[in-house]
Design a protein around this ligand. Structure first.
Ligand code: NAP
Length: 293
């Protein structure tokens, strides 16, 4: 079976890995990034480097967006020269960024008005998983659209969960990241208490990571602390974004996420201290927990 033509909109940490993976699997590929410098790794490769999302979408049967937030998504789909202005009528449009539920529903309405098939398909996994095709896709939308997109998901991911209608993938992703964000914030607070109490950091971290609190996310942060390496795989500001979107989504459903609100304030403090572009694990570096600061 011939491989569908794919357009990737957004060549950040995740989009660049996904595009590279599709390229190495010989998918016909078009890419777009707002800042053109991020297209340079693809120069010389058999990839069409598009000047606009519209230009990229016009060459594709599957159009996948992997951008920062609601504003970025609105820009790439609906902006002047946005993808919706150029996509062919039979294309499947996929939004894989982690976005708010309200924006996903608005975007789904706009795509339906124009007759497109649309999926929200955010992912779990981070930089290395994007590059090696080991993401987990959390999909909302019709089974028909999912089947059309499956060849792409199969190369980019280790599994696909179909969670229900449009918006279901996003809701699951926001719940997933709210739990991760709360654990990260609590581990950051734990390290502050360890330091303030004069405990041996290495011993204390090994007790926490080797015991019941040692979740995958806590272990990932502990590894970053041990290596003193906070180069971003997942930027701290995007964890704050996800906590804020999770709070909004829950509030629309009449639920109060008190732990998410507390974690968001921990991440906002870290952003205020200049850590927003570092890995989310840099939340441990925030000094805002000091009562006399
Ligand atoms: P990133 O490295 O910061 O890349 C962000 C991308 O969004 C860049 O291509 C950026 O373009 C683009 N962008 C931002 N504002 C834009 C605008 N107004 N118009 C057009 N493009 C815009 O982020 P990432 O880590 O790849 O994450 C992308 C999405 O995946 C986010 O929603 C994130 O929450 C989600 N996610 C990330 C991870 C992870 O581990 N990194 C895991 C799962 C999900 P420029 O280069 O021009 O700024």
């Amino acid at each position: 079976m011939s491989k569908p033509k794919v357009a990737i909109l957004g060549l950040g940490i995740m989009g660049s890995g996904m595009a590279g993976r599709l390229l190495s699997a010989d998918f016909p590929l078009a890419v777009y990034n707002r800042n053109r410098e991020k297209c340079s790794p693809f120069a010389g490769a058999p990839v069409f480097i598009a000047a606009s999302p519209r230009d990229a979408a016009s060459r594709a049967e599957i159009v996948l967006s992997m951008v920062a937030d609601d504003t970025a998504s609105r820009d790439v789909w609906l902006g002047e020269n946005g993808a919706l202005a150029g996509a062919s009528p039979n294309a499947v449009l996929i939004e894989s960024s982690t976005l708010s539920g309200s924006w996903i529903h608005e975007l789904a309405t706009k795509t339906a008005e124009r007759g497109y098939r649309f999926l929200d398909a955010p992912v779990t996994g981070t930089k290395p998983h994007a590059a090696s095709g080991e993401l987990l896709f959390l999909v909302g939308g019709s089974a028909d659209a999912l089947e059309a997109a499956r060849p792409v998901f199969s190369v980019l991911g280790r599994d696909v969960f179909h969670l229900g209608p449009v918006g279901s993938g996003t809701l699951m992703k926001l719940i997933n990241n709210f739990v991760c964000g709360v654990q990260a914030a609590s581990f950051a607070e734990a390290l502050s208490a360890i330091d303030a109490g004069g405990l041996d950091r290495v011993k204390a971290m090994s007790i926490l990571t080797g015991g019941a609190p040692g979740s995958g996310i806590v272990k990932r942060i502990a590894d970053r602390v041990a290596a003193n390496d906070f180069t971003p795989n997942f930027a701290l500001r995007w964890m704050a974004k996800d906590l804020a979107y999770a709070l909004g989504e829950a509030s629309e459903k009449g639920i109060s996420l008190q732990t998410a609100a507390a974690a968001l304030s921990v991440f906002q403090q870290a952003i205020a201290e200049g850590h927003g572009d570092e890995d989310f694990s840099a939340v441990v570096k925030s000094m805002g927990r000091r009562l006399n600061s």
